[in-house]
Write a protein of this length. Structure first.
Length: 94
């Protein structure tokens, strides 16, 4: 589509694979900085709350294991300084 941008790619973050089996990878192309990770299930229950992620020049990937959670739809949010950087739906299936 012409004129349509991917907000996740524009943010510098890549969250994959989606759908996935519960092992989530968060890449930060900008490399350096801290952010908070929040994940809620489809019912609005917090699965992960304010988990700090620290990205450095040499460590630009964060791995999160949600394999023990039930299959379903989740909302992943990354924020910094009270501002949302990324918000996306994640489908956990097996």
């Amino acid at each position: 589509m012409v004129g349509t941008n991917d907000p996740i790619a524009e943010s510098g973050f890549h969250i994959y694979p989606n759908p996935g089996n519960g092992m989530i990878h968060v890449d930060n192309d900008d490399g350096i900085g801290n952010c908070l990770l929040n994940i809620t299930d489809i019912f609005g229950r917090e699965v992960v709350k304010n988990q700090e992620i620290i990205f450095t020049e040499t460590d630009r990937t964060f791995n999160l294991d949600l394999e023990s959670y039930p299959p379903g739809l989740y909302l992943i949010r990354l924020s910094a300084g009270g501002k949302d950087l990324v918000a996306m739906k994640y489908l956990l299936n097996r």
